[in-house]
Design a binder for this molecule. Structure first.
Ligand code: ATP
Length: 237
């Protein structure tokens, strides 16, 4: 597999607190990879490190084989890495369409077919109906759809999704996860950070489990046995 993005012995943390202790991770173009692990395992920290939101050494992150660790987020976005952040973070006081338009205006030139606001509406038709609604008046699921749409309008080759199912009803979670294969078909690689292990397995071709800042399991999602996941998730007793 030639990696689109990889990390090499990645260490990162907050001040003196080290949250990641040497993470080796990779994802190929168009692949969907899940990151699972308990609260505080370091999943969000890994996404933030990849995006350049935390200081990491240059050689710890490679994009297309080029060392990019510590590159500022706005430049990583230009290079084709976008995040759907935990907590959605939409602009309030702005409509659905305005939120999307701001993202589209700041985007890089589309690669190939590219994502447009119209294509985001085709992916999530409810957003077309709600285009004039203020973001704070949307349901949680609809807000999550806008957040995904905003990230797609950055024309990413790699989409980092941080707990996109959090706090949503099962039906809405299914609806949102149903969009991932469509995004993937356009050639975008996707990392999903997900608390629901079954969902993570179904949505991905490979998965990594983190525990206390280390990778405790890596494998093909359809093949890793439940017991191996439990041991990796909680730590073998
Ligand atoms: P969660 O599901 O709770 O988001 P996670 O696997 O994403 O879990 P992280 O948020 O990456 O875990 O947290 C990894 C470690 O870093 C934890 O010990 C956490 O307390 C710590 N941490 C996370 N964010 C910060 C921060 N902004 N400042 C200080 N410590 C942090």
């Amino acid at each position: 597999m030639s990696a689109l993005l990889s990390t090499h012995g990645l260490v990162a943390g907050y001040g003196d607190m080290r949250a990641l202790h040497g993470i080796d991770f990779e994802i190929a173009a168009g692949e969907t990879v899940a990151l699972i692990g308990a609260n505080g395992a370091g999943k969000s920290t890994l996404l933030r490190s990849i995006l350049g939101l935390l200081p990491v050494a240059k050689e710890m992150v490679r994009l297309d084989g080029t060392e990019v660790g510590g590159t500022p987020p706005h430049r990583m976005v230009r290079k084709g890495v976008a995040i759907v952040p935990e907590g959605r973070r939409l602009f309030s006081g702005m409509t659905v369409e305005e939120n999307l338009r701001v993202a589209a205006e700041n985007a890089a030139e589309p690669r190939g077919e590219g994502w447009s606001i119209r294509r985001v509406y085709d992916l999530f038709p409810i957003l077309r109906e709600k285009r004039a609604a203020f973001s704070e008046d949307l349901s949680g699921g609809q807000q999550q759809m806008v957040s995904i749409g905003r990230a797609l309008l950055a024309q990413p080759r790699l989409l980092l999704c941080d707990e996109i199912s959090l706090g949503l009803a099962p039906r809405v979670v299914r609806e949102i996860y149903a969009a991932l294969p469509e995004i993937s078909r356009s050639g975008t690689a996707i990392v999903v950070v997900e608390q629901d292990v079954g969902l993570a397995q179904r949505a991905s071709s490979r998965l990594y489990c983190l525990l206390e800042g280390r990778v405790t399991l890596e494998g093909r999602s359809a093949e890793v046995p439940r017991e191996a996941i439990s041991a990796a998730y909680f730590g073998a007793k």
